[in-house]
Design a protein around this ligand. Structure first.
Ligand code: DAK
Length: 260
């Protein structure tokens, strides 16, 4: 698959998306959103892809935000349309059946921080910088930063970060729970692949059902979330992976999962 702003490849069950606008520090413009809109349903339907990694090209930036040069002249109607498109794309990322790891290789500002937050897990290079600088540009975060950041790090810290437009380094992002892990920049992709392989050694059907249950549950009350969990738990007993996992335990051997 050839795209003007994204590189995409699959190796050993890992689909890697690289946002490829290094001259603009991988800022998200309409073309990036169009490419994501085409690619994401294809990944969702590809059973050979078990885990997805999203990163930015070059060694300086994951994504330095939405493209300010494109937004500069937008009318209110265009701004609303742009925000809606961003939400649709990020929701598609969040709802991909496969787990998605953000390998944050530098600036993750504005839309870049929001993109990382739409992923399931964030591994940060020690050079990464996170922030929501929007209020310094006279706008609000527009790709769900006001929604996902408080869910991830809590209301108080999210409000402080958003109101002050402060950037934080990778260690601080780790401390507040925005980054799962910090690694030396040179080891970032290796660390993301290692994590992907660890996930892939488990039952992919069970992992995907866990993802759906966690995502569904966070948007509803505990009783509704628990009811959803009971349903997916029951579903597991219709899979070969459940039989294999439990039989392997009883037979004191390692399970061999097929994702069926
Ligand atoms: N957009 C467009 N171009 C960008 C960019 C961006 N966000 N960030 C960097 N670039 C471009 C620079 O203009 C420069 O281009 P040339 O001048 O070479 O043509 C090139 O990338 C290299 O950048 P710098 O020369 O500035 O590099 P430095 O290392 O000196 O600085 C920096 C790196 C990341 C600190 C700096 O570039 C910077 O501050 N960039 C802007 C970061 C930022 O403010 N990001 C947040 C953008 S706002 C909404 C929808 C969406 C959003 C909001 C609302 N609604 C619909 C309501 C989302 C908003 C955002 O994401």
């Amino acid at each position: 698959m050839e795209y003007s702003t994204l590189l995409y490849g699959v190796e050993d069950g890992i689909g890697t998306i690289t946002i490829n606008r290094p001259k603009a520090l991988n800022a998200l413009n309409g073309a990036v959103m169009a490419d994501f809109t085409d690619l994401l349903p294809k990944i969702a339907a590809d059973e050979a892809v078990k885990v997805v990694i999203i990163t930015g090209s070059g060694n300086k930036s994951f994504v330095a935000g939405a493209d300010i040069t494109e937004m500069q002249k937008m009318s209110a109607i265009e701004g609303r349309k742009w925000g809606k498109l961003g939400h649709e794309v990020f929701d598609k990322i969040e709802k991909l059946p496969q787990p998605v790891i953000a390998a944050v290789n530098g600036f993750a500002l504005g839309g870049g921080c929001e993109l990382a937050m739409a992923c399931d897990i964030r591994i940060a290079a020690d050079s990464a910088l996170f922030g929501q600088p929007e209020v310094g540009l006279g706008i609000t975060p527009g790709f769900a930063g006001t929604q996902r950041l408080p869910r991830l790090v809590g209301k108080g810290i999210a409000k402080e970060l958003i109101y002050t437009a402060s950037n934080i380094d990778a260690q601080e992002a780790y401390r507040i729970g925005l980054a799962n892990k910090v690694v030396p920049a040179a080891e970032l992709m290796e660390a993301a692949q290692k994590l992907a392989k660890k996930i892939m050694s488990k039952s992919s059907t069970a992992v995907q059902l866990c993802k759906a249950a966690i995502n569904e549950g966070l948007d509803v009350d505990l009783a509704s979330g628990s009811a959803y969990e009971s349903e997916v738990f029951g579903l597991c007993f219709a899979t070969e992976d459940q039989k294999e996992g439990m039989t392997a335990f009883v037979e004191k051997r390692k399970p061999v999962f097929t994702g069926k």
